[in-house]
Design a protein around this ligand. Structure first.
Ligand SMILES: [Zn+2]
Length: 109
């Protein structure tokens, strides 16, 4: 049984399977070129999604920071808690997306 690489997730799979068991990428009936193109398209889509999500997260963090900076809510009030929470969540979300993007790029050969 020959092993091949899934063009979508790059995991080792049997060349006989019709569908990647890891990411359900359909392999049957497609030429090598088509598969590569499809795999590239999927990766591109994923990285686009991650990029726009990370931008959104960054925007949330910046908005919350701007609010904190301009309005200077009193510590202990819900406005203060909300803006700190949004800022932290935005930064963490941004970092998570960035790390995922990094891994996605690393897989690209
Ligand atoms: Zn796969």
């Amino acid at each position: 049984m020959a092993l091949t690489q899934c063009p979508s997730c790059n995991k080792r799979i049997s060349s006989k399977v019709k569908e990647c068991p890891h990411c359900q990428f359909v392999l049957a009936g497609q030429s090598k070129e088509e598969m590569e193109r499809e795999g590239f398209r999927i990766k591109q889509e994923k990285s686009d999604k991650l990029l726009s999500r990370s931008m959104l997260a960054l925007l949330i963090a910046i908005a919350a920071f701007t609010y904190l900076f301009l309005q200077q809510p009193i510590p202990g009030t819900w406005q203060y808690g909300m803006s700190i929470g949004a800022m932290v969540a935005g930064v963490i979300w941004f970092l998570i997306n960035r790390v995922q993007l990094l891994f996605l790029k690393k897989k690209k050969q």
